[in-house]
Write a protein that binds this ligand. Structure first.
Ligand code: PBG
Length: 332
């Protein structure tokens, strides 16, 4: 640390002068996290009578329609910006029919939340097929078991229209098919949803940190993995290419995912674009902190707030986090 040059006390570090009290640290803080910076991912499951806890994500549940409505009201009360919805249907099939069925679980949930909350929260619909397909891949597959890009795009456009129809404010494609943003934009426009924005999961890595989510969303691939369509962890430039491509196709906002292990990507993307940048603090990031805290190895609240601050510091405008509501209450 540089010491203060000159002055009455040249040996005293300038850094320390500005850190001497908590009010001083608050005054000089360059990064803040506010409730409005947070978005809560939620899971809603068809045909369950009670919320089902997710073992690998203590404190997170698969909601019933009713418990979701209650959680959404609490989220609005806590002052967060929005919800990201994931649906888990009772029946899965090869093409993920329940994703765009008008009475499919996620679409019913969107209708109810929109009726309850109007525009109070931004209702974001995750658009992917992995929770809806019996094989667990993010798109339709060829007889040889390869995810088939272009037929999947037609499915995505249909799902986007169904979600917008049901009341989603934002469509968030997470399947990482090439051309998905253009296909979804064209679909939405053709159904007169020209004003519904697309938040593209633009830089989504094939990550080991999605493990607990696959229990939550029941969407683990039954064969193979996602490394042919999700990005390879060693790569950086590819993230910028994916982002540029999604923007060229009409994305209104972009996301980096996971967040914590990819802060360099968040920073580079935030530097490169002039649209809102979100970062998704994924299930494994949540589970690690919860597990360590449960063992008494770290201070839970402090660690959680530090992760959120770090993601904002790297340049994310908003953070999707399973701690959104709890953290918002601390931050008010
Ligand atoms: C599905 C999807 C995944 C996540 C969000 N959407 C899992 C995956 O790609 O396998 C992960 C979220 C999390 O881990 O919290 N496309």
């Amino acid at each position: 640390m540089t010491s203060g040059q000159g002055g009455a006390n040249p040996g005293f570090a300038r850094g320390r002068r500005l850190r001497s009290t908590s009010a001083m640290r608050r005054w000089t803080a360059q990064t803040r996290v506010a409730p409005a910076d947070l978005v809560l991912p939620v899971f809603v499951k068809q045909d369950i009578a009670e919320p089902v806890p997710i073992t690998s994500m203590p404190g997170v549940v698969q909601h019933t329609l009713d418990s979701l409505r209650k959680a959404a009201a609490e989220a609005a009360e806590a002052g967060i910006s929005g919800l990201m919805l994931f649906g888990i249907p009772a029946e899965k099939d090869a093409v993920g029919s329940q994703a765009d069925a008008a009475d499919g679980i996620v679409n019913v949930a969107l209708q109810q939340l929109r009726a309850d909350l109007g525009d109070e929260l931004v209702l974001m619909a995750d658009l992917c097929l992995c929770e809806y397909t019996d094989h667990g891949h993010c798109g339709v597959v060829t007889p040889a078991g390869v995810v088939d890009n272009d037929p999947t795009l037609d499915r995505y456009a249909a799902v986007a229209i169904a979600q917008a129809q049901a009341g989603a404010h934002v469509i968030a494609p997470s399947g990482m098919m090439d051309g998905q943003v253009a296909a979804i934009r064209a679909g939405l426009d053709s159904a007169a949803f020209t004003e519904t924005p697309i938040l593209a999961y633009a830089a989504k890595y094939a990550s080991g940190f999605y493990g607990p989510f696959r229990e939550a969303a029941e969407g683990a691939p039954q064969f193979g993995d996602r490394s042919t369509y999700q990005m390879d962890p060693p790569n950086t430039d590819e993230a910028l290419r994916e982002v540029a491509q999604d923007l060229a196709e009409g994305a209104d906002a972009v996301m980096v995912k996971p967040a914590g292990p990819y802060l360099d990507i968040v920073a580079r993307v935030a530097d490169a674009v002039d649209v809102p940048v979100s970062a998704y603090q994924v299930s494994g990031e949540y589970a690690m902190v919860e597990a360590a805290a449960a063992n008494g190895w770290i201070d839970r609240e402090r660690a959680i707030l530090e992760t959120l601050t770090a993601i904002r510091r790297a340049g994310a405008g908003s953070v999707l986090t399973y701690w959104a509501v709890e953290a918002a209450r601390w931050l008010r």
